[in-house]
Ligand binder design. Structure first.
Ligand SMILES: Nc1ncnc2c1ncn2[C@@H]1O[C@H](COP(=O)(O)OP(=O)(O)OP(=O)(O)O)[C@@H](O)[C@H]1O
Length: 263
């Protein structure tokens, strides 16, 4: 579904953020991307939808080579890739409903989007999504009146109303407390399952990644060091990805959370 072939990104500064990366993500699979600061996680996520232009290599979404598209064709293909950001990227002075509907801007015509007049079917879908994430009663609130967890739920709805095939998620929990982080990760993974959506989630918290996804990719210096199931993240593997640390504590934390979640 998503295929990266020899993806390279070298910034103008000379930083080689991605080194000939190869990766395939099948339909419906949720992947966590872990790795130390500077490993290239954000760059990878952003090269997929070309928010960051890759230096060389190819990105395919199904049979479409995204790296070969003109600006207009890329705009159309970006509808199929929903993005969720660490800082939510909501328009603070707009309502929750308006923020969710802004996910449809790539679909409605210029005048409709300029006048912010969305078809009723879009409004109905926005309500359904807000209801699914427990925020239907807040549709008319301004975004700046929401908590961090609520903002991220709005960010999730805005990405989903695009009806994407792939979610690109960049540190969705980095600004949230541990309990809200777990709720948000659980929600993203549940929604992907319900909708058969593939996702790549850049996440700092290894324990959180282990708790919710079936496949983890560990990046280090712009290359893949690990690609496998969360159970494969042994202390040795984590040391290869991150360097020395007491990994037993992290792994135990994930085990405890699993028990807690099961209870
Ligand atoms: N706009 C930029 N210009 C120059 N170099 C950059 C730019 N963005 C990232 N880099 C460099 O590219 C490398 C990868 O950065 P990137 O932000 O992708 O890593 P990351 O794994 O997401 O890190 P973090 O977890 O801290 O967000 C780093 O060496 C970084 O300094």
């Amino acid at each position: 579904m998503l295929r990266l072939e020899n993806l390279v990104k070298t910034y103008k500064t000379g930083d080689q953020a991605l080194k000939s990366l190869k990766l395939e993500v099948p339909e419906g699979q949720v992947v966590a991307l872990i790795g130390p600061s500077g490993a290239g996680k954000s760059t990878l996520i952003r090269c997929i939808n070309r928010l960051v232009e890759p230096t060389s290599g190819k990105v395919y979404l199904d049979d479409v080579e995204l790296t070969g598209l003109s600006a207009a064709a890329l705009r159309r293909e970006r509808r199929r890739m929903g993005m969720i950001f660490q800082e939510y990227a909501l328009v603070e002075r707009l309502t929750v409903m308006e923020n969710v509907l802004s996910g449809r801007l790539g679909y409605v015509g210029f005048w409709r989007s300029f006048l912010r007049r969305f078809p009723q079917t879009d409004v109905d879908e926005a309500f359904r999504l807000l209801d699914r994430v427990g925020l239907a009663h807040m549709a008319d609130k301004r975004a700046d009146e929401l908590s961090g967890g609520q903002r991220q739920r709005v960010g999730i709805c805005r990405a989903l109303i695009q009806n994407p095939a792939l979610l690109l998620v960049d540190e969705p929990t980095a600004s949230l407390d541990p309990k809200t982080s777990r709720q948000i990760m659980r929600l993203i993974c549940e929604l992907c399952k319900e909708r058969g959506l593939a996702a790549i989630i850049n996440i700092h918290d290894v324990a959180l990644a282990q708790m919710f996804v079936q496949r983890v990719i560990g990046l280090r210096f712009g290359a893949i060091e690990f690609d496998g199931s969360p159970e494969g993240l042994s202390p040795d593997v984590l040391t290869t990805i991150y360097g020395e640390e007491d990994w037993e504590a992290t792994i135990e934390e994930a085990d405890e959370e699993e028990v807690e979640a099961a209870e």
